[in-house]
Ligand binder design. Structure first.
Ligand code: FAD
Length: 413
């Protein structure tokens, strides 16, 4: 079979793939993106972090996102029973964007992919990668086209941005278990019916509600700009299995367990069947190999609680594109030192925060009545996505900082 040739081959046109495609086109590279779905298509992951704005800006995609009219977002609100606390991302210790958007991903992903295509990326929708060979001189993919015909395509370099599809990790046996227990989510979009000025509610923030009795079970409410909201619940798979019925009935039963959330949503119209996703936390033994690298969720996915997924996906694309630019300029690139390690730094910051969320330490800290403004600004910076800022002590030593802060909260109680 003839093998088609390209320069940079990308699997997946989600945020990681589209951003990488745009950056590489700006470097003048030939880019071919193989995307299984036809856009627009639904995707989960709707609350962005401000750090992502700088990454979109760097690729020249920010204006397209601004013009799409998504819901403005300036922070995160956390609610547990009658207690509520909020972080305003504009008040943070790291310089940079302090606001962002809450996005319907079908539209957001299309906006990014369309912009990458306008820059000259060849995006092949409805084409699915079936096999990968990375042992030859050039990484080569076997692809099934929408008409059912198969073809092979080789690139000088291959970026796997296939997200939860985890194409190379599956095909090259790179997968390793996540450090986190198997959790799942039930979610949908509703016509939210939330009254303007509803007490304690701010449309410009994601609202994270802790279940009244189980501190490791939490709900997200992500308002959109059109009067609709994304609503979801995250819990261990064992906990979710206790709820019977279809996904909408299970999600409604769970929402009914939190009086504050059910009151807020008492006028909501549940017009879209809920869906579920389970066991999404995943890891790999290496983020790169000869001729290829894994971006975004195709590498590691931790947990949705801090809305870090898209930011990590965009950051990975930015780091990979920078490494490829240096390689093209004749420099030697060490993909471990220049890509994997810098990426993991921020991922590890979020890992410490996620761990502290589920064992209760982070909740203890944020719901504590006394927080010093300096510490709040450092935490706000992490929650805004600046998890790579080495000047922030919570990035330099996240575990130690969280432990000492939690101890101080205990003492203050
Ligand atoms: P994706 O967005 O998954 O894109 C991958 C693309 O690859 C897809 O279009 C897919 O069709 C394509 N593909 C897959 N396999 C193949 C194949 N074999 N051939 C060709 N194409 C293929 N993140 C946030 O930032 N904010 C949130 O609020 C948030 N909430 C979340 C809630 C839940 C319950 C979960 C599970 C995740 C959440 N995330 C959130 C994470 C977010 O969904 C992901 O981190 C993000 O979508 C990753 O982007 P990506 O580009 O790596 O992959």
């Amino acid at each position: 079979m003839n093998v088609e040739q390209t320069d940079i081959l990308i699997i997946g046109a989600g945020p990681a793939g589209a951003l990488a495609a745009a950056l590489l086109r700006r470097q003048g590279r030939q880019v071919t993106v193989i995307e299984r779905e036809v856009f627009p298509r639904f995707s989960i992951g709707e609350s962005l972090l401000p750090q992502s704005m700088g990454l979109l800006e760097e690729a020249g995609l920010l204006q397209d996102v601004i013009e799409a009219g998504f819901q403005y977002k300036n922070g995160a609100a956390f609610v547990r029973g009658q207690t509520q606390t909020a972080f305003d991302f504009r008040d943070k210790s790291t310089p940079g964007w302090g606001t962002t958007y809450q996005v319907q991903r079908a539209r957001f992903d299309q906006v990014l992919a369309d912009a990458a295509a306008r820059l000259g990326a060849d995006i092949r929708y409805g084409h699915q990668v079936l096999a990968a060979d990375v042992d030859g001189a050039r990484p080569t993919l076997s692809v099934r086209a929408p008409d059912g015909a198969s073809y092979r395509i080789a690139g000088r370099f291959l970026l796997d941005a296939s997200g939860f599809g985890r194409t190379l990790p599956r095909l090259l046996q790179l997968e390793t278990p996540s450090d986190f227990p198997s959790r799942g989510a039930l979610f949908t979009h509703v016509e939210d019916g939330i009254r303007p000025g509803a007490a304690g509610f701010d449309r410009n923030k994601i609202r994270v509600t802790v279940h009244p009795r189980h501190c490791d079970v939490w709900y997200w409410l992500i308002p959109f700009s059109d009067g609709r909201s994304s609503i979801g619940v995250v819990a261990t798979t064992g906990f979710l299995e206790r709820f019977e019925g279809n996904d909408t009935e299970r999600l409604q039963a769970l929402v009914a367990e939190d009086p504050g959330l059910s009151h807020l949503l008492d006028q909501a119209v549940w017009d879209t069947p809920a869906r579920h996703i389970v066991g999404y936390a995943a890891n790999v033994r290496a983020l790169w190999g000869r001729g290829y690298a894994l971006l975004g969720n195709a590498g590691e996915f931790l947990d949705p609680v801090f809305s870090s997924g898209v930011t990590i996906a965009l950051k990975s694309a930015s780091l990979a594109a920078a490494a490829l630019r240096r390689e093209a300029a004749g420099e030697t690139v060490d993909w471990e030192a220049d890509y994997a390690r810098p990426l993991k730094r921020g991922v590890d910051t979020f890992r410490a925060f996620v761990r502290a969320w589920y064992d209760g330490r982070f909740q203890q800290i944020i719901f504590h009545p006394y927080k010093t403004p300096a510490i709040s600004r450092m935490i706000s910076a992490i929650l805004a996505g600046y998890a790579w800022d080495g000047d922030n002590p919570f990035v330099a030593e996240p575990e130690r900082r969280l432990a000492s802060l939690e101890a101080a909260c205990d003492w203050g109680n």
